[in-house]
Design a protein around this ligand. Structure first.
Ligand SMILES: Nc1ncnc2c1ncn2[C@@H]1O[C@H](COP(=O)(O)OP(=O)(O)O)[C@@H](O)[C@H]1O
Ligand SMILES: [Mg+2]
Length: 391
């Protein structure tokens, strides 16, 4: 290019990524040592020829560069480089400036011609495209590297979190087991007879120890699911038998409140292929809520086919306190309980439904709730007959 226009030297200067300065990028005919350290701060000033060049798209053609008062600001390095005349055009993509393409000192210090100017502008357009492409590719690579790094960090954080949780839960469980063990021995009066006041106090200790133990395993389960560490073990699951088994476990509680638990099975209900222990946990959580939030009436579990999605429906219906429509959207959030006061009466910490939701996500199922405040609630779980994803 310099040869074509008989310029002694030429070069490209690019705007920094933070858009504060412009620096030499590539050059011909200049001394590397003098050129490299140059950095011209960008100014927002209509009187500045470089500003007008970059932001107004003007061509700069000065036969005697230092006679232009606007160039005074750049005098130190113009003198150092010994530049007399200049022809400079902007490098831009659309209206976005990237930098400057310049030619200096035409042979014999003649002025640059109209053809020189046109040629320079044409070349500048090509250069701008090439530079933009290169910057784009470099940027993309940088973003990719950053994403990769973030991913590694997130995986490490999640690994540390589940490691921490499983250690902590072990450390909590050991003394907790000792508490449960000693209080059991006390209740059995191994260390002597209990008086009237000691017995209920001891029951309180045992109940709270059980709640704490449940909380630890719930938190651990949720952490495992979140860390993607919960695997799905598929096998054939016979839902009516599973519901009976869970109901039998809960009956000591429901009988205390005189609540019958019934299971109604639609004839021809298919067996499903799913993860039995996870479904069991879902039923435990729903049935224990039903018993907990119901004081009279009954609890019914309906098992039906779910024709439109080739699946089965498991609906747990109670005649309990119900849930107001405005509270429904949040009951599946972790640690969310509708009413602090009710909760104190009923116990629990608000993780049961969050776990149900996460487990159903793993099992490719869904859950729906219908509830009327004061009348009762129905939690309906929908499970596919067969999982689509292979685990
Ligand atoms: N069968 C139900 N009847 C009325 N409210 C319910 C029922 N099941 C859940 N809820 C409401 O949803 C909240 C969250 O339930 P859950 O996650 O199981 O936590 P927890 O049982 O520990 O309170 C409960 O605190 C309660 O307010
Ligand atoms: Mg619960």
């Amino acid at each position: 290019m310099a040869r074509m226009t008989q310029a002694a030297r030429c070069g490209i200067a690019l705007i920094d990524s933070d858009r504060k300065a412009i620096r030499p990028h590539a050059f011909y005919g200049f001394d590397e040592e003098t050129m490299r350290p140059i950095e011209a701060p960008l100014v927002q000033d209509e009187g500045d020829p470089i500003y007008r060049l970059l932001y107004r798209g003007e061509t700069l053609h000065l036969q005697s560069i230092l006679s232009d008062s606007g160039m005074e600001r750049y005098r130190p390095f113009i003198e150092r480089l010994g530049i007399q005349s200049i022809l400079a055009v902007p490098l831009q993509i659309g209206s976005v400036p990237l930098g400057i393409f310049y030619l200096c000192d035409k042979e014999g210090q003649d002025p640059f011609t109209f053809e020189d100017i046109q040629l320079t502008q044409t070349i500048a357009n090509q250069l701008a495209l090439a530079i933009a492409n290169q910057q784009y590719a470099a940027n993309l690579e940088k973003v990719n590297r950053e994403l990769q790094q973030k991913k590694i960090e997130a995986e490490e954080a999640s690994r540390l979190k589940s490691h921490f949780l499983s250690n902590v839960s072990h450390e909590l469980r050991t003394p907790l087991n000792a508490i449960v063990g000693y209080s059991h021995l006390l209740r059995e009066e191994v260390y002597g007879a209990l008086n009237e006041a000691q017995r209920p106090a001891l029951e309180g200790i045992q109940r709270n120890a059980r709640d704490l133990s449940q909380l630890i395993s719930d938190v651990l389960d949720l952490a495992k699911i979140e860390a993607g560490k919960m695997s799905v073990d598929l096998s054939e699951v016979h839902l009516p038998a599973l519901v009976d088994e869970v109901a039998a476990g809960i009956r000591p509680l429901s009988e205390k409140k005189s609540l019958p638990i019934r299971c109604v099975v639609e004839p021809g209900l298919p067996r499903i292929n799913s993860d039995e222990s996870k479904i069991k946990q879902i039923i435990v959580n729903l049935l224990s809520n039903a018993v907990k939030f119901t004081s009279k009436g009954e609890i019914t579990v309906h098992l039906r086919t779910w024709p439109d999605r080739n699946g089965v429906e498991l609906a747990v219906q109670d005649t309990g306190i119900g849930i107001r429509p405005e509270d429904l959207p949040r009951i599946f959030d972790t640690f969310h309980q509708v009413d602090g006061a009710t909760t104190r009466e009923f116990g629990g910490v608000g993780l049961g439904l969050a776990i149900v939701k996460e487990l159903l996500h793993l099992l490719e199922g869904e859950i729906r709730v219908e509830s009327e405040h004061g009348k009762g609630s129905t939690f309906t779980v929908l499970l596919p007959v067969r999982n689509q994803r292979s685990h």
